[in-house]
Design a protein around this ligand. Structure first.
Ligand code: OOB
Length: 541
């Protein structure tokens, strides 16, 4: 198996330890300590179920035992695709307790994406929930096993059907906790993928736990907090900023929301006295609209975090007066760096900036296209390295050569400016991905799907501004012969076993793409030109 690892230079690693960022604790140890200190407190609320910390640990250990009994060894990589349910925590902490490594897929992912993650991670098992949102994940599991036979075991939360339950028989002995190496990879996140397929992001116990602990301090998360998990918890933001892992670390209570819509979330906030939650901007807009007419008392909410995509100042300034809570902007990435506005920042900073890094040792460079630093306040490319930002993607030398500088900085692809007080303002980005309501979609990946059709000669995919989604996916297509109906292309895309959020929102047929005199044009240039043309033609809304 290709080793999963993440390595910082020795001198920096020593520095991060000396500063107390990397404590040497592992996730398996954290859950044991928290379950001891907060045994009787509620860890998670999920519909009618409430589990204490003691119960969560007991369940995690039973699940760890089930994984071992199925022949999985410490170090095994396991794709986890689960919605916001209490069992998500049982499974993930079960894996940590067994020294196994979760690879996080989103509930929206389908066969094409799962097969890619499973192959790339050399996964041996898959964990799913039986059904969610009208979709049966047990069928998808069967397809995955056909496509990637190495995924030889499937575990199901709920009704297992032909597969295995996540818990063995009740009398299975709890697994003895494993002494994992804190510098080893604890889990694998998935990149939004600016070029081609998603990349795998290995995060260590030391680095991820540091970002979580420091996030708790910045976001005011304590054992008295109640965190509403509204966004899909497999995503880095609701998982660790400070998210469900922050809540666990603090001994707080997590309320699992089956959907982030105000009809579901507002009653939960009222009933459970939720104090903090995180949303992407389009959902924050929905909440603002719903709050005006809602009969629910959401006054327990102290902090609303908004991140994943740019939250426009016009919407941001409405949060305090209309929702009665403090807004916290969160500008982060699964690769590491997370910026927050601080809860006691002046309103102007909270509304107009995306905050500043977690750590004094987050190194930030803002440079022009030649790599020279820009003047203060000027926009430039954001590069970063630090105690919780990765140094490499897993098993992808080409992507690593593009995404990291020789001295270990991660090229974020974001264009930012820094204010005099050191806050970052996101101005746009250099890379060709579409940020559709916080979901990052690679233009290349969508083009590749379109090019699989015989009646598509060429395709270029760009983002267009969208008043609700922030950005939407627009595909320019040069047909081969007669143009097929746009609706037919969308239907066909949906049937390609990919996440539905990757299907173009808009399709424009063109006769051809302009080329230069030598007949060449880079895809990047082409996309930029098509986007400009669409904007000039008034394609904004
Ligand atoms: C979060 O993580 P990813 O990996 O899904 O996406 C990272 C990218 C950033 O490079 C940036 O392009 C964009 O998403 N982004 C924002 C933003 N937050 C993320 N762009 C503008 N304003 C923001 N507030 O999206 C993520 C990870 C951890 C915490 C929060 C978000």
């Amino acid at each position: 198996m290709k080793p999963l690892m993440q390595q910082w230079p020795d001198d920096l690693a020593a520095h991060y330890r000396a500063r107390g960022y990397w404590t040497g604790e592992t996730f398996g140890e954290v859950i044991e300590r928290v379950a001891r200190d907060h045994a009787g407190r509620t860890a998670v609320v999920c519909q009618a179920r409430r589990w204490t910390y003691a119960e969560l640990l007991e369940r995690a250990d039973r699940t760890a035992a089930a994984f071992r009994a199925a022949g999985l060894e410490p170090g095994a990589r396991v794709v986890v695709q689960m919605p916001n349910r209490a069992e998500f925590l049982q499974v993930v902490f079960g894996l940590f307790r067994a020294g196994m490594i979760p690879v996080f897929a989103l509930p929206a992912h389908r066969l094409t994406e799962l097969a890619h993650f499973a192959r790339k991670a050399q996964a041996q098992a898959l964990v799913i929930a039986d059904r969610h949102d009208g979709f049966d994940y047990r069928d998808l599991a069967g397809q995955l096993q056909q496509a990637v036979p190495a995924v030889s075991r499937v575990f199901v939360a709920g009704d297992p059907g032909p597969w295995q339950a996540i818990e063995g028989p009740g009398d299975a002995p709890p697994a003895a906790p494993l002494q994992a190496d804190p510098g080893a990879v604890a889990l694998v996140q998935i990149s939004g993928g600016s070029t081609g397929l998603s990349k795998l992001i290995p995060r260590t116990h030391d680095d991820y736990l540091y970002s979580i602990r420091a996030s708790n301090a910045i976001c005011g998360l304590t054992q008295d907090s109640v965190y509403l998990a509204a966004l899909p918890v497999a995503h880095n933001f609701p998982m660790s900023s400070p998210g469900i892992f922050g809540a666990i670390h603090a001994g707080a209570t997590i309320v699992m929301a089956p959907s982030p819509s105000p009809d579901v979330a507002f009653p939960l906030i009222e009933q459970e006295n939720v104090t903090i939650t995180g949303l992407v901007p389009p959902l924050a807009l929905l909440w603002l609209r719903a709050a005006a007419r809602s009969g629910h008392d959401i006054s327990s909410l102290e902090v609303l975090q908004v991140g994943g995509a740019k939250f426009m100042p016009e919407a941001a300034r409405r949060v305090r007066p209309e929702l009665g809570c403090t807004l916290q902007q969160v500008f982060g990435m699964a690769e590491g760096l997370v910026n927050y506005t601080r809860l006691d920042d002046p309103e102007d900073v909270i509304v107009h900036t995306q905050g500043r890094p977690i750590s004094p040792d987050d190194e930030i460079l803002i440079v022009d296209d030649r790599g020279a630093p820009v003047a203060e306040g000027e926009p430039g490319n954001l590069l970063t390295r630090g105690p919780y930002t990765i140094r490499a993607y897993h098993d992808d030398p080409a992507a690593n050569a593009r995404a990291f500088t020789d001295d270990g900085y991660y090229r974020t692809g974001d264009v930012v400016a820094r204010t005099a007080e050191g806050n970052l303002v996101v101005r746009g980005r250099a890379s060709d991905h579409i940020n559709r309501a916080g979901e990052k979609i690679s233009a290349e990946e969508v083009e590749d799907h379109l090019l699989a059709r015989d009646d598509v000669f060429d395709a270029a995919v760009v983002s267009l501004p969208d008043p609700f989604l922030g950005e939407r996916i627009c595909a320019f297509i040069v047909p081969e012969g007669d143009a097929p109906p746009a609706a037919e292309i969308k239907r066909w895309m949906r049937a390609r076993d990919i996440a539905a959020f990757k299907v173009p929102d808009q399709i424009v047929f063109v006769e051809g793409f302009a080329t230069t005199a030598v007949g060449k044009i880079s895809r990047k240039e082409l996309r930029a030109r098509l986007r400009e043309e669409a904007l000039t033609n008034g394609a904004q809304a």
